[in-house]
Design a protein. Structure first.
Length: 131
């Protein structure tokens, strides 16, 4: 039972982390552009505008993904209640691996949004003049 509780805690920790950082990023990008903390890609670090845009966009995605995983992960763990520690470990580990994949996926739509919104130099693209 203790191992199941440990695996449940591990499978809830990552979604809670994503929700917390996602909320923080969506409200305010980390201070100045830096190489240590935040959403750091070549495109996001072009200037303050790209930095702020990337964090807000990525933060919203991370927060949404975190909430989904926070519901799905404990629900999946409930099916393992009372099972052998080997099964709990294997399935719980696979669930953790799935969470890492979900943690990474928001990078792709964020980079697409940056490319759609900014040119290669980090300047906002002009909207079409069609009205």
């Amino acid at each position: 039972m203790w191992f199941w509780i440990f695996m449940l805690a591990m499978n809830v920790w990552l979604p809670l982390t994503m929700i917390g950082f996602g909320r923080s990023f969506s409200k305010r990008a980390p201070g100045k552009i830096n190489y240590l903390f935040g959403y750091r890609t070549t495109r996001s670090m072009k200037n303050e505008d790209t930095w702020t845009f990337a964090h807000r966009y990525f933060g919203k995605l991370w927060q949404a993904a975190g909430w989904i995983m926070l519901v799905v992960s404990p629900a999946a763990m409930l099916f393992l209640l009372g099972k052998d520690d080997g099964i709990v470990g294997n399935i719980g580990g696979l669930l953790c691996l799935l969470q890492v994949v979900v943690l990474i996926i928001p990078i792709f739509p964020t980079e697409r949004a940056l490319k759609r919104t900014f040119d290669e130099d980090g300047h906002r693209r002009q909207a079409d003049g069609c009205a």
